[in-house]
Design a protein around this ligand. Structure first.
Ligand SMILES: [Zn+2]
Ligand SMILES: [Zn+2]
Length: 290
């Protein structure tokens, strides 16, 4: 008691920090208890998710420290039940040799129509899943509704895809997210590509470079534009602050979606102009050919 009395008068700040610490501890314990009482339910169908052996990797659970918008600890658990997981369609061969888009039955050309028409600047792209519901809806929630916890599930898709096709991800020196313009970042509060890039960097132990490739001007959302308009909309939208950092380095660009490939191509061009070596693209999802 004496300590408390003295402490109150002479060490107000220390006592305040201690109170904050205890409050945060209590919050965590409370969260843990709530999860015991209300077990995790599937993000999509809301059904109870039975516990499995295959939890999200330790790495992925640890990387969130330092991010304001995600608490520093999350339990390792699934966000989707086994039934809903089965609804997610992985990308599969035959792949477009350039962008990995599923070529379907027509394999007269090794490249998809989009790549034949636009000749993107990246060396190759890997798209892990097909962009269709329910993944489409999940990505939308991840991007615009602060459902950043979905990153665990998304990183699992990425790990599975890379492992299944033995892609040599360790050829890359840096993982680089597609940046948002500062005005868009303020509006949204976070950059979904940055969250994925951070997870990829941690999972595969590759350096993350988040602030060297920047967006110089706000652009209209690509989704609102026609195929053709997307290429002009994004032209000249990126810049590199310290080009020497990327000189002769192999860079893996990270984004949530590859549609026309215009954004990834423009970022790749900017990186190549700065002297980068191989520029690959890894996206959580890729659209089917139109
Ligand atoms: Zn479900
Ligand atoms: Zn292609």
């Amino acid at each position: 008691m004496a300590f408390q009395k003295n402490g109150f008068h002479t060490e107000k700040i220390d006592l305040f920090s201690a109170k904050c610490y205890h409050a945060s501890m209590l919050k965590r314990i409370w969260k843990g208890l709530l999860e015991l009482v209300y077990p995790p339910n599937c993000f999509l169908c809301k059904n109870f998710i039975p516990p499995t052996e295959d939890h999200t990797s330790k790495n992925v659970n640890e990387w969130s420290s330092g991010w304001d918008f995600v608490p520093s600890h999350f339990p390792s658990r699934e966000e989707l039940c086994p039934g809903c997981l089965k609804l997610i369609e992985y990308n599969r061969p035959p792949f477009c040799l350039k962008c990995s888009r599923f070529l379907g039955e027509d394999i007269r050309h090794p490249l998809c129509k989009e790549c034949r028409l636009t000749k993107p600047h990246f060396d190759f792209a890997w798209g892990c899943c097909i962009y269709k519901d329910p993944l489409k809806d999940l990505i939308h929630k991840f991007k615009y509704s602060q459902k950043t916890l979905l990153r665990h599930t998304f990183l699992k898709f990425i790990r599975t895809f890379i492992a299944d096709y033995h892609f040599d991800i360790h050829q890359f020196d840096f993982v680089v997210p597609i940046p948002l313009h500062s005005s868009r970042l303020r509006e949204r509060g976070y950059n979904q590509s940055q969250i994925l890039a951070l997870g990829v960097a941690e999972t595969f132990d590759i350096s993350l470079s988040e602030h060297n490739l920047i967006r110089t001007r706000p652009t209209k959302p690509q989704i609102e534009l026609s195929q053709k308009e997307r290429w002009t909309n994004i032209r000249g939208a990126f810049r590199i602050k310290l080009p020497d950092k990327f000189k002769n380095k192999n860079i893996l660009i990270i984004d949530d979606l590859l549609t026309t490939g215009a954004t990834a191509s423009e970022a790749a061009k900017t990186l190549k102009d700065a002297g980068a070596g191989t520029v690959g693209v890894l996206t959580l999802s890729v659209t089917l050919e139109k």
